[in-house]
Design a protein around this ligand. Structure first.
Ligand code: UD1
Length: 390
């Protein structure tokens, strides 16, 4: 609990889970470089806490050590969300920040937005307006509610504003700025270790083909894919089939590992050309993704990263909240359609697969754009408040 400020002159920046860290890192840099903004206070809710899921990413992304860690840990959605709310409340009372900045769609994002909104602290949501239109996804609930609570909504693709307008969020609050996740990617990709180095360090180089046909990368962690035993078994069988054509490398998320071990499904992977790795660092992951022939995933962020890297992506979901990766990028929605997935992999191996382009404003400058806009917005707000008080 170091460096907490209580002079009412700070921006409270909130992170909780792995995909938040790559979004907040460029924001912290840009806020620090914008002289009109007050200093940032970085608060980690502790939703993710393992070294590989948290500290390793802080190191890779050059994120400062958090000023506070609320240490909420894992629990049911209700308990985790409630714990964040309980623990952030006294912190916000003490800090009295000029605004709270939340990113993405994890439980910590919604929990902090809800507490701040009820205290009258402006909520700034980065990566607003994405919609899968699937309310069975916990993240979709978090997105819809966080956006309703937010005073400033920064979007990554133009279509997000339409989603927000349909939900009654006024256009004056919405600003298209580009994608901070891609700021991180472009900032770090040249420092990524080669895939061969990462595989060698993991003792896996020998099991992944050197030279043609190369390898594919897998990531799966959505509850709909890994908490349900039948769905997970189906996915494993598909990956097994794919691995006959292309060896696969799979850094396994703790939730997926629990699904495989708890469901007794490890035997489905026996004999398959699938190399399981522990969760990887951010730079290692960039190196693996850059070198992959194809990526099979259910992650939101990886759909964007593969589009930015021009690597074919097969998204093993029925929907995506990031439609621009399909309209303009390298992404294809394939669900758990085995024939479709195998055919898509064949096509990629034969012809390189779908070509894409990098979407508008995914140029590495989204965070500086946000910092400039936020500084002007806070200055205007301060003037208006002063006039109202006079
Ligand atoms: C969370 C986010 C999801 C995001 C994902 C990225 C929500 C609703 N979900 O899902 O949007 O894509 O993070 O990883 O916020 N665990 C560990 N070590 C950790 C953290 C978790 O072993 O450091 C295990 C625990 O058994 C825990 C499980 O993973 O119960 C799930 O963690 P949790 O934070 O609840 O959700 P994720 O599936 O990681």
């Amino acid at each position: 609990m170091a460096r907490a400020r209580n002079d009412g002159k700070t921006i409270a920046c909130i992170v909780g889970a792995r995909p938040n860290f790559m979004k907040m890192a460029p924001l912290m840099r840009a806020f620090g470089a914008e002289p009109r903004l007050p200093a940032a206070t970085l608060i980690h809710t502790g939703q993710h806490y393992d070294f590989a899921m948290s500290d390793a990413l802080f190191r890779d992304l050059e994120l400062p050590v958090p000023d506070l860690n609320l240490e909420v840990g894992s629990a049911s959605h209700a308990v985790q969300t409630a714990e964040v709310m309980k623990r952030i409340e006294p912190v916000l009372d003490d800090l009295r920040p000029t605004c709270v900045v939340v990113v993405g769609d994890v439980n910590s994002t919604l929990a902090v937005a809800l507490v701040a909104a009820k205290k009258g602290i402006p909520v700034v949501h980065v990566e607003a307006g994405l919609r899968s239109h699937d309310r069975t996804m916990p993240e979709e609930v978090n997105r819809v509610l966080t956006d309703q609570l937010s005073d400033l909504l920064y979007t990554t693709e133009r279509g997000a504003a339409d989603n927000l307008a349909r939900e009654g969020v006024g256009g004056e609050r919405v600003h298209f700025v580009g994608n901070v996740m891609i700021d991180s990617l472009l900032h770090h990709v040249s420092r990524a270790p080669s895939a061969a180095d990462t595989l060698a360090r993991a003792g896996a180089l020998a099991s992944v083909a050197q030279g043609p046909p190369g390898f594919g990368v897998v990531t799966l962690h959505r509850p709909s894919n890994v908490d349900n035993r039948a769905a997970l078994a189906e996915s494993l069988a598909i990956l097994r089939d794919v691995s006959r054509r292309l060896p696969l490398v799979w850094p396994v998320h703790p939730r997926a590992r629990a699904g495989i071990e708890g469901g007794g499904l490890g035997r489905l992977l026996e004999g398959a050309q699938i190399t399981l790795l522990p969760p990887q660092g951010y730079l290692e992951m960039l190196g693996l993704l850059s070198a992959a022939k194809v990526v099979l995933t259910d992650s939101g962020g990886i759909q964007e990263e593969t589009t930015a890297l021009a690597v074919p992506c097969l998204t093993m979901r029925e929907n995506t909240e990031r439609p621009i990766t399909i309209a303009e990028g390298t992404n294809l929605l394939v669900g758990r359609d085995r024939a479709r997935i195998v055919a898509a992999v064949e096509d990629i191996l034969a012809s390189g697969g779908k070509r894409g382009r990098r979407p508008e404003l995914w140029d590495g400058q989204a965070a500086p754009r946000i910092a400039r806009h936020l500084a002007s917005w806070l200055a205007l707000r301060e003037r208006q408040n002063a006039e109202a008080a006079a």
